[in-house]
Write a protein that binds this ligand. Structure first.
Ligand code: AKB
Length: 316
């Protein structure tokens, strides 16, 4: 089947890389990048682009009608830290935006939809180590409970409408091509930029805050392989746990010091993102993803750090 793929939220951290990867696989004209803002430098003039506001039903309907996409990736969202500053806006965008896309995907018979969830769906009473696919979930951020509610909607549309929706609970994502947009795990990207520019960094999370993270190469590969897997292998229609690599800011700093020996790490005493990080898992069990669609991680902490520094130093 000839694909027509619509990526909504193409200017973001995931979108920037996903659009390039999908265009490499399916061809430039088959992938329509879209966002509420004008295209960022990374995807400007590189293929079809549309201005889309997921909260504007008429605008979104027009885009579905114009392209009749076979696949939709809905990446537009407000992340954890910004979500706490703008809670109602985060709920509205993360929830209403999703429901608009689900409804139009059903109306226009979109073959497959991808929507990202997050480790933020877990909360203080979830098991902190090796957090299982199914367990107590009591997220206490607006972002976290909008993602948890979104997972329920995803499964609901699969059951009630037969919509082939697929999802991953991403850990914190680390990449050199685009900046993260207001999350709790953003320190793990900023640190690389500051290490190369200034030789030092002040982390807003404490030295011993362990969080699950993932290199963007792995995240994009996971996303595309989940979307390529035969439908009958996708047993979970809410969202799949993905483990990634768990480390603390101090461990990341030590790894960076292996490449930049003079690198200095400091820590900010109080930051509201610390409480969010403390409510999230420290490590994740992703057995279901491994078993159902053959997921396997490639980048560990040393490999990711080396690749990040090598690529970033060419562009900053
Ligand atoms: C955030 O920190 O909000 C995101 C996430 C883990 O979903 N990176």
């Amino acid at each position: 089947m000839s694909e027509k793929i619509l990526v909504i939220g193409a200017n973001g951290q995931i979108g920037t890389e996903l659009v390039v990867a999908l265009r490499g696989i399916h061809g430039v004209d088959k992938v329509i990048a879209s966002d509420i803002n004008n295209p960022t430098y990374a995807i400007r003039n590189s293929g079809p682009y549309e201005l889309v506001n997921v909260l504007d039903k008429d605008n979104l309907h027009h885009i579905f009608e114009k392209y009749r996409p076979t696949q939709v990736y809905l990446l537009a969202a407000i992340l954890s830290a910004v979500g706490e500053q703008k809670p109602k806006m985060a709920w509205d965008l993360n929830m209403t935006g999703l429901i608009h896309v689900l409804d139009f995907a059903v109306e226009f018979k979109t073959a497959k939809v991808f929507w990202p969830s997050s480790i933020a769906v877990f909360g203080p009473h979830s098991p902190q180590f090796n957090t299982p696919q199914y367990c107590v979930m009591d997220p206490n951020t607006v972002y976290g409970f909008s993602k948890l509610a979104g997972e329920r909607w995803a499964e609901y549309y699969f059951v009630k409408h037969g919509l082939d929706i697929r999802s991953i609970r991403y850990p914190g994502l680390i990449g050199w091509k685009a900046s993260p947009g207001g999350g709790t795990t953003d320190y793990a990207v900023h640190i690389f930029h500051e290490a190369l520019k200034k030789g030092k960094y002040e982390s807003f999370l404490s030295a011993d805050t362990t969080l699950p993270m993932m290199y963007m190469e792995d995240a994009i590969r996971a996303t595309i392989s989940l979307m390529d897997a035969p439908a009958d292998q996708i047993k979970i229609r809410s969202s799949y746990n993905l483990a990634g690599i768990s480390f603390t800011p101090a461990q990341l700093a030590d790894e960076i010091k292996k490449h930049i020996s003079a690198f200095e790490m400091g820590y900010v005493d109080t930051d509201p993102r610390q409480a969010i990080a403390d409510s999230w898992p420290k490590s994740i069990d992703d057995n279901s993803a491994q078993q159902d669609w053959g997921w396997k991680l490639e980048y560990d902490l040393p490999k990711m750090t080396a690749d990040m520094l090598e690529n970033l130093k060419k562009i900053i």
